[in-house]
Ligand binder design. Structure first.
Ligand code: NAD
Ligand code: MN
Length: 346
C-alpha cells in the first residue's frame, strides 16, 4: 500500500473521547505507516435522534469503497425498543461481512508473568444477533420469541479462524464454548462444525498439534474466574462470545483495556470491547487504552507489525508504570493525560 485510508466512526458517548485518542496514537507512528488519511464517518444513536437513521448509506459506501480499514467507537443502543432504530455496529458487521470478532485479553499490570493471556474468537454475524424477534399474545399473555440462527458456513469459518490463531500461539490450545447439553440442535451444529475443522481437506494436517477442549458456557465463565490460565483461544457463538469477553475483561482490571477487531476476508474494523459508557461519558475520564490497542490490532492485521508493536509496547509501559491511569484502573488521570503518556512512549 502506498497510502492508508482509515475510517473513523466515533458514534456515541465515550466513543467520541477514545477514537480521537486512537487517531493521535496512529499519527504518532509517522513513517512506520504509509501516508495515512482519516475519514470521519457518522453513525450512532445520537445521529439517529437527529436524522432518523442510525447508519447512513454514505458511511457504509465510504467504508466499502474508500477505506482500507476503520475504527469504531461505541453506540448507545437503548434497552427499550425505539421504532426505526437498529444498532449500527451490528449492521456494519453484517454489511461488511466482518465475521470474526477477535478479542485478546492479557494481564499486564506489574511485572508478573501474565496470568491471563487468552483470545476470545466470537462469531460475529448470526446467533441471536440476527434480531428476528416476534411478539404475539397467547393464553399466557404476551409471548416473545427470538430466532437463533447457527449455520454450518459461519461456524466453519469462525472455527477456521480460531484453529489458525491457536496453531500460531505458543500453547496451541483451543476451547470450544457451547451449551449443547441443552441446545443440542443449534449449539450442537456449532460444536460439531468447529470440531471438524482440522479434518477439512484443505487443512492438510496443519492443526494436528492444536489441542482441543470444550466447555459449556456457564462453567466456562466459572473456570475463567477460578483458573483463567487454562484458556488460550476460546471460540464461541455470538452471544456467548460477547458475554465471555466482558467477563474476561474484569479479570485484567477494566473493560477500558480490552481491544478487538471485527475481521472479514477483505476488511478489518478495530473496536474497543466496551460500550458507550453513559455513566462516565463527557467527563474526560474514559480509558483510551482499549481503543489504542484496537488500532494496534487493526494495523497488525493489515501487516503493519512494527507500528502495531510500538503502540502495544507504549500502552504496556504506561500500564506497568502505573503513574498515569484513568479512574477505572485506580488512577486519577484524565483521558488526555493518558493519551499524552502513551504518545511520549511511542
Ligand atoms: P459499557 O461497556 O458501556 O460500560 C460498562 C461499565 O464499564 C461502565 O461502568 C463503564 O463506565 C465502564 N467502562 C466501559 N468502558 C470504559 C472505559 N473505556 N474507561 C473506563 N470505564 C469504562 O456497557 P453498558 O453500560 O452495558 O452499555 C452502555 C451502552 O453501550 C448501551 O447503550 C449499550 O447498548 C452500548 N454498547 C455498545 C457496544 C458497541 O458499540 N459495540 C458494546 C457494548 C455496549
Ligand atoms: Mn459487548
Amino acid at each position: 500500500r502506498k497510502s492508508l485510508t482509515i475510517g473513523l466512526i466515533p458514534a456515541d458517548g465515550i466513543g467520541r473521547e477514545v477514537i480521537p485518542a486512537a487517531k493521535q496514537a496512529i499519527l504518532a507512528l509517522g513513517s512506520d505507516l504509509p501516508k495515512t488519511e482519516f475519514v470521519e464517518l457518522l453513525a450512532g444513536f445520537e445521529y439517529f435522534k437527529r436524522t432518523g437513521t442510525a447508519l447512513p448509506d454514505e458511511t457504509v459506501e465510504i467504508l466499502k469503497y474508500d477505506c482500507d480499514c476503520a475504527l469504531f467507537g461505541a453506540v448507545s443502543s437503548p434497552s427499550k425498543k425505539v421504532v426505526g432504530y437498529s444498532s449500527p455496529i451490528v449492521a456494519l458487521r453484517k454489511e461488511l461481512d466482518l465475521y470474526a470478532n477477535i478479542r485478546p485479553v492479557i494481564s499486564v499490570r506489574g511485572n508478573e508473568k501474565p496470568s491471563v493471556d487468552l483470545v476470545v474468537v466470537r462469531e460475529n454475524t448470526e446467533c441471536l444477533y440476527i434480531k428476528q424477534e416476534e411478539l404475539t399474545v397467547g393464553p399466557n399473555g404476551k409471548e416473545a420469541r427470538a430466532t437463533r440462527l447457527i449455520t454450518e458456513r459461519a461456524s466453519r469459518r469462525i472455527g477456521q479462524i480460531a484453529f489458525e490463531l491457536a496453531s500460531k500461539r505458543p500453547r496451541k490450545h483451543l476451547t470450544v464454548i457451547h451449551k449443547s447439553n441443552v441446545l443440542s440442535v443449534t449449539d450442537g451444529l456449532f460444536r460439531e462444525t468447529v470440531r471438524a475443522v482440522p479434518l477439512l481437506p484443505e487443512v492438510n494436517g496443519r492443526y494436528n498439534d492444536v489441542t482441543v477442549m470444550e466447555q459449556l458456557v456457564d462453567s466456562a465463565v466459572y473456570r475463567l474466574f477460578r483458573e483463567p490460565q487454562i484458556f488460550d483461544v476460546m471460540v464461541a457463538p455470538n452471544l456467548y462470545g460477547d458475554i465471555i469477553s466482558d467477563a474476561a475483561a474484569a479479570l485484567v482490571g477494566s473493560l477500558g483495556l480490552v481491544p478487538s477487531i471485527n475481521a472479514g476476508d477483505d476488511f478489518v474494523m478495530g473496536e474497543p470491547v466496551h460500550g458507550s459508557a453513559p455513566d462516565i461519558a463527557g467527563q474526560s475520564i474514559a480509558n483510551p487504552l482499549a481503543s489504542i490497542r484496537s488500532a494496534a490490532l487493526m494495523l497488525r492485521h493489515l501487516g503493519y507489525t512494527k507500528g502495531a508493536d510500538r503502540l502495544d509496547i507504549a500502552v504496556d509501559q504506561v500500564i506497568r508504570e502505573g503513574q498515569v491511569l484513568t479512574p477505572d484502573l485506580g488512577g486519577k488521570s484524565k483521558t488526555e493525560e493518558v493519551v499524552e503518556a502513551v504518545l511520549k512512549k511511542i
